[in-house]
Design a protein around this ligand. Structure first.
Ligand SMILES: NC(=O)c1ccc[n+]([C@@H]2O[C@H](COP(=O)([O-])OP(=O)(O)OC[C@H]3O[C@@H](n4cnc5c(N)ncnc54)[C@H](OP(=O)(O)O)[C@@H]3O)[C@@H](O)[C@H]2O)c1
Length: 312
């Protein structure tokens, strides 16, 4: 797999990483053996960047626990990124994060679940953070203690990222980018490129739609996608589904639509690593293929024309 480097830290990563939210059970059930095998297959395939969060899992923290189990004896093989800021929010009990102590306590809990004594990349998970002071102070303290190596933020807003990077210590921005979510092209991706902020691209498969495997008749049962069954969620789903249909010209005998979608995301000059949320070793193996090769200029032009309405 092609490799790339994080501009500020020099970390070398495979261009395809693994989003570990799905293995925690909120995107439909995944048994423990499959979850652990998914992460290990990723490491064996050259995906050395793993992204999780303390909030992820059918119970919060389950994704981190599974990553910790998978990393047993292999900690040095991975750059482990996790997040703080949304613990128990989905359950209706958000924490206040009113003091740096809340953040450092969450970090200790993540270290315990991940069964490691350091986190490579600790990301703030609050994308609309107004004042980053609490998080920046906590991250500084944690870096000093050696519990984290670097920090970043997950946000789609440039103003939030700029504030978070006010002392220049932010090394990465995690943001939504895909053929059907291209808003970041206007401002955020160019800003990251100019400011040497690594980008971690989530949503590259539009939560599975760009794999091309869903249809009008698909009914979604899992917590995250069941809103696609009716109302506004259904309308947005159908719009993306139709785009996925139009993009099927990208499929070739040696390239699935999912691989083409991942290669599209990686084609942006500001792209560093893309993190599809695979839930099985088989999905990992398929996604790995996107780490070699690229769409042709003609394919890119046509794909961009077919998805122009998603750039705002
Ligand atoms: N705010 C944040 O920071 C934030 C928000 C969202 C996501 N993330 C991160 O981004 C990661 C990815 O999540 P996402 O929203 O970006 O989802 P995504 O990667 O766009 O889509 C994930 C879904 O795609 C399907 N899939 C994956 N590989 C496939 C393959 N080879 N063939 C067919 N289907 C495949 C699976 O669907 P099925 O379930 O149907 O198998 C999977 O659940 C998460 O795990 C998380 O780490 C972060």
């Amino acid at each position: 797999m092609r490799r790339t480097t994080f501009p500020k830290t020099g970390w070398e990563v495979g261009v395809i990483g693994l989003g570990c939210w799905g293995i925690g059970g909120q995107w439909g059930p995944v048994d423990e053996a499959t979850a652990v095998a998914t992460v290990r297959t990723a490491l064996d395939s050259g995906m050395n960047f793993l992204d999780t969060a303390d909030a992820y899992g059918a119970t919060p923290g389950r994704s981190e626990e599974l990553v910790g189990k998978a990393l047993k004896g292999r900690r040095g093989d991975a750059i482990v990124a996790t997040k703080v800021g949304n613990y128990a929010r989905r359950a209706g009990f958000p924490l206040s994060y009113a003091s740096p102590l809340h953040v450092t306590l969450c970090c200790d809990a993540s270290l315990g679940r991940l069964k490691t004594d350091y986190i490579d990349l600790y990301q703030c998970h609050i994308g609309d953070l107004a004042d980053p002071t609490v998080f920046l102070e906590a991250f500084e303290d944690l870096r000093g203690q050696g519990k984290i190596r670097a920090c970043g933020i997950s946000t789609v807003r440039r103003d939030v990222l700029e504030r978070f990077n006010r002392d220049g210590h932010c090394i990465s921005c995690q943001l939504d980018y895909s053929l059907v979510s291209r808003k970041a092209e206007a401002e955020l991706l160019p800003w990251c490129l100019e400011n040497r902020i690594a980008t971690i691209l989530r949503g590259p498969l539009a939560m599975g739609i760009l794999s091309g495997k869903y249809g009008r008749e698909t009914k979604f049962e899992d917590l995250l996608r069941r809103s696609w069954n009716e109302g506004d969620g259904r309308r947005a789903y159908l719009e993306k589904l139709e785009a996925a249909e139009r993009l099927k010209f990208l499929v070739r005998p040696d390239r699935s639509l999912a691989v083409a979608a991942l290669q599209f995301a990686l084609s942006h000059p500001g792209a560093t690593v893309v993190i599809p949320g695979a839930k099985s070793p088989e999905q990992v193996r398929q996604n790995t293929a996107a780490g070699e090769g690229a769409l042709t200029p003609e394919e890119m032009e046509k794909a961009r024309a077919e998805t122009a309405r998603f750039d705002a």
